[in-house]
Ligand binder design. Structure first.
Ligand code: MLT
Length: 256
């Protein structure tokens, strides 16, 4: 049976498109500080990947992949009439950015990789994804809020960022988040693609990221020819949400 799907996005500003891809288990709202702060520089478009936020998916047990998510980005670029865009992805959104680069390099003007990594999951991490998928299916998002949300923030989390994260977690459908887990389990290793990236690239990373230590991001930047690296002091995994001003300054300087 054909799957009914509608992709939602939020946009602000004018000029060349800067597209934002959210992380797990979140939606476009994580980029609110970027869409408002960078709208003078770019037409900022933050999408909800299929099933997340306001995007729909008419399938009780959906199967996702980074490739399908990359196609969601392309569909959104088509919708807003952009042949190419600066592509900014955080964490899982970065995995999607790598898939987009592999599948549709002609649509990518530049890459902004936030708090992400190129490596695939190892065996232990894959088993963890399966457990999380099952947990979420059985108990919803609440247990993830308790265990994962505190690890996403940096050394000095504000109450506002804690509340926003919590609200976003709890707004996501459990079947969608379970499908995210399995899609991340199955994502390919992108390390081999790094040397072949030919578009300008910024790697921006919270230096207090507990999930993906900053040294890994520096090493990733060194493998991408000409890449710029920017650390966000005190920022955790959700550095753009926690430190929008500093993250926006790094992005604005990169975009020139
Ligand atoms: C994310 O923030 O998107 C996730 O932490 C990615 C992951 O679990 O690998």
């Amino acid at each position: 049976m054909a799957e009914a799907m509608q992709l939602a996005y939020e946009e602000r500003g004018s000029g060349p498109v800067l597209a934002f891809i959210h992380g797990f288990p979140l939606d476009r709202r994580m980029w609110i500080g970027q869409i408002s702060g960078l709208a003078k520089k770019r037409r900022c478009v933050a999408l909800d990947l299929r099933g997340h936020g306001l995007s729909t998916i008419d399938d009780a047990d959906p199967a996702f992949s980074m490739d399908l998510f990359a196609d969601d980005v392309v569909a959104t670029l088509d919708e807003v009439g952009a042949d190419k865009a600066d592509i900014c992805g955080l964490s899982m959104g970065g995995y999607v950015a790598f898939a987009l680069w592999r599948r549709h390099p002609d649509r990518v003007r530049s890459l902004i990789l936030c708090d992400t990594k190129a490596e695939a999951d190892g065996d232990e991490a894959k088993a963890g994804r399966e457990k999380t998928a099952q947990l979420v299916r059985e108990q919803g998002l609440q247990p993830l809020v308790e265990t994962l949300a505190p690890k996403l923030l940096g050394s000095n989390p504000t109450e506002g960022s804690q509340t926003s994260l919590r609200d976003m977690f709890l707004a996501q459908p459990p079947n969608v988040i379970a499908a995210d887990c399995l899609a991340m389990r199955d994502r390919p290793d992108s390390t081999g693609d790094l040397a072949g990236i030919t578009v300008p690239t910024l790697v921006v990373h919270g230096d207090a990221d507990q999930l993906m230590p900053v040294d890994g991001a520096k090493a990733m930047a060194e493998k991408i020819k000409g890449a710029t690296f920017a650390a966000i002091a005190g920022g955790g995994h959700m550095a753009p949400m926690e430190y929008p001003k500093e993250t926006n300054a790094a992005i604005a300087a990169f975009l020139g």
